[in-house]
Design a protein around this ligand. Structure first.
Ligand code: DSN
Length: 412
């Protein structure tokens, strides 16, 4: 093999990475599912562990030479157990979607019914949206939030009694409120359903004790590790010991091949970070920052879905500002502020040009931004939305964004 650096061997890729680095440094990253990992996480991710095959689990591998890999994967498992108070953990899922799919295959037979949240009310594609293959295999019945934007537990119970689901699924990707897991478990017990929570968005807040933890209550909980948990891009499944064998078999050999041990090592590093007291301060600040945004947007007459936020994200219907979610996303991009267009509950518009934008505070909080910056950021977003057709004004806002981000350097 050659021993040139990336810059020497592949200047094209190197230059594109540098440009992306500059974009991250100089922009306000407000997509609520994104974050910035620490240099230690990056180092583990880019390590020589990527060279090793290790199908199987610690102590039970199909390949030789796994003694150090076992050590690393076991550390990741042990730290995740401590972080979430879990009985059993599988750290091998490559990301959130395969983690969810593995759970369905582990615990359901084709045709069985799952009660899951409607996508436009905050659910996720992998929770049974008709475009997914899972929707062809299992029978997903969708519940919705009520007019206040809350999960209507009486309605959920009625639907559970009517449809007799094998599984009830909670945990969302565009929902901003707390979830009463005890109440959902009670409904599941009444109809004999398995409980599953997908905590991908809020895992970091849960780990820090800032939101309710379903892990000790529910049968199975999936998450990604790269959102509020601030680890590498990847997935994880936690479950009660009684489901451990089925879950592990579904991940490997049921769905995946060799685990990505560089990724698992980076997960272990992120879990160590999340166990530190400083992570609790981080999670608390994520929520505080989101609350400031909530108040500031309400002051400026923005329409917040679900009547506000209890976590890290806000879903805003921007149509009262005379533009669509797509137009808002494009304007904000031009201003150096990254959000994503998003459906709002019962949206009359299409997913490619919906009524809303979804934004959140995990990444800007990682940079160290606090209350003062949140007010400033709301002003910048409001200005960009008001002037969404004015390229000169958007460019001027972008300069203010660059000036702001310079005060909160990331990797430089
Ligand atoms: N794509 C993720 C999000 O942005 O919420 C969920 O998978």
């Amino acid at each position: 093999m050659h021993k040139q650096t990336l810059e020497q061997f592949d200047p094209d890729i190197n230059a594109a990475i540098e440009r992306e680095k500059q974009r991250q440094e100089e922009g306000l990253e407000m997509i609520p599912s994104e974050n910035f990992v620490s240099p230690a996480v990056l180092e583990a991710l880019g390590s020589i562990l990527t060279n090793k095959y290790s199908e199987g689990y610690p102590g039970k591998r199909y390949y030789g030479g796994c003694q150090f890999i076992d050590e690393i994967e076991q550390l990741a498992i042990d730290r995740a157990k401590q972080l979430f108070n879990a009985e059993h953990v599988n750290v091998q899922p490559l990301s959130g979607a395969p983690a969810n799919i593995a759970v369905y295959f582990a615990l359901l037979k084709p045709g069985e019914t799952v009660l899951g949240m409607d996508l436009s009310h905050g659910g996720h594609l992998t929770h049974g949206h008709p475009v997914t293959y899972m929707a062809q295999i299992f029978n997903f019945v969708r519940y919705k939030t009520n007019s206040l934007g809350l999960i209507d537990l009486d309605n959920l119970r009625q639907m559970a009694l009517e449809h007799k689901p094998k599984m009830i699924l909670v945990g969302y990707s565009a929902y901003s409120r707390e979830i009463d897991y005890q109440a959902v478990q009670k409904i599941a017990d009444e109809v004999g359903a398995i409980t599953m929570a997908d905590i991908a968005h809020i895992a970091g807040l849960i780990a820090a004790g800032e939101m309710n933890n379903p892990v000790p209550i529910f049968d199975v909980v999936t998450t990604t590790t790269h959102k509020t948990l601030r680890g590498p891009r990847g997935g994880m499944i936690m479950c009660k010991e009684k489901w451990a064998k089925q879950i592990d078999k579904a991940v490997f050999p049921g769905l995946q091949g060799g685990p990505h041990e560089n990724n698992i090592a980076a997960k272990a590093v992120a879990f160590k970070e999340a166990l530190e007291p400083a992570f609790k301060d981080y999670a608390r600040q994520i929520k505080k920052n989101a609350k400031i945004l909530e108040a500031e947007f309400i002051k400026r007459d923005y329409k917040l879905c679900f009547s506000g936020t209890d976590n890290h994200l806000l879903l805003i219907d921007v149509t009262n500002k005379e533009l669509s979610g797509k137009q808002a996303q494009i304007a904000l991009d031009a201003a150096g502020i990254t959000v994503n267009k998003n459906m709002v509950p019962d949206d009359s518009r299409s997913p490619m040009d919906p009524s809303g934008i979804r934004l959140g505070t995990p990444a800007i909080t990682t940079r160290g931004m606090k209350e003062t910056e949140m007010v400033q950021i709301t002003n910048l977003i409001d200005e960009a939305i008001k002037n969404w057709q004015d390229e000169t004004k958007l460019a001027a806002i972008r300069q203010q964004v660059v000036d702001l981000t310079k005060k909160f350097p990331l990797y430089s």
